[in-house]
Design a protein around this ligand. Sequence first.
Ligand code: MN
Length: 349
Amino acid sequence: MNGRTTRSGKLLRILAEFDSVLLITHDNPDPDAIASGWALCCLVRSRLGKPCRLIGGGGLVRAENQHMVRLLDPPIELVDQIEVTDHAAAILVDCDWSTGNHLLSESSLKPIGVIDHHTLNGHSRPRLRFRDVRPQVAASASITAGYLREQGVQPDWKLATALLYAVRTETRGGETRHSRLDRQIVAWLSEQADPATLAEIENAPLAADYFADLALALQSTFVYDEAALCFLPQAHGSEIIGEVADLLIRRIGITKVLCAAVVDRDLLLSVRTERGSENAAELARRTLKGLGQGGGHPHRAGGKIPLARHACTLDQLWDQLRNRWLATCHIDRQRGTRLVPRREIVRHL
Ligand SMILES: [Mn+2]
């Protein structure tokens, strides 16, 4: 099982040539990025005995992610930039080089490998010594847990719980499909993982600000036929964008959602599509063409518009985004209806 024919065997053979390993996740690492990097650290340390660091830019944005880190203590380090170390192998985890949402985009260091499960619509795929990108797999965690299984390395309960939580977070909204590998890995990890800790993470304590963001988001959502559009005039944290999008796609009759908010100097957005509906990553890319970058999965995608690059006002940018979103969704209607008109809620009481 651990011979040269497996992907994990090939990865270990390449990494053996280096003094140390540097794993880089996408910015604002999510559970999948954290758990996948942790599994790779565990693999490198146990099979090669080499030093390994797991780093990412930005912060931990969701309450659940912060709670996960508090309870499981993964070896993730949040840094502003990479210090280039001699003869270290850099591997991107849960993101690809050309997507630009990671520390290497601002660094002279080149990765030798990529381990990911995102689709790369419209982005180039540079040739690297190691490339394991499987968009059909629900989570990078399934790919990296698969390496541990191939190599006969047993994760401890904390790592197994983190990996299992990662698969759960990647299978939300319309993105509920599990590949054969995902199913096998979920069964394998369940023997080691702690269900009580998993439940505790999923019920993480939420700050009062979160509810303010949520209430404002629901009141700021408009429906145009099958498409919903939510522009949050303000947000305490960026997590609300994806969470509201995950919630809105569950509304009966809505098949496409775009949710956006200004956070710091960027306009961040999330796109969701219902299962069997259009490709979310493609809708994000078409809506953002020339304005910013977007990508992700068939039913869950995201994007970013750096505001500094645009001379227009926020209102103008928002108008442009709305027009593009409606055109991309082939919707002629120009006026939306509120998701929750206050008058109607009160009337039904
Ligand atoms: Mn992922």
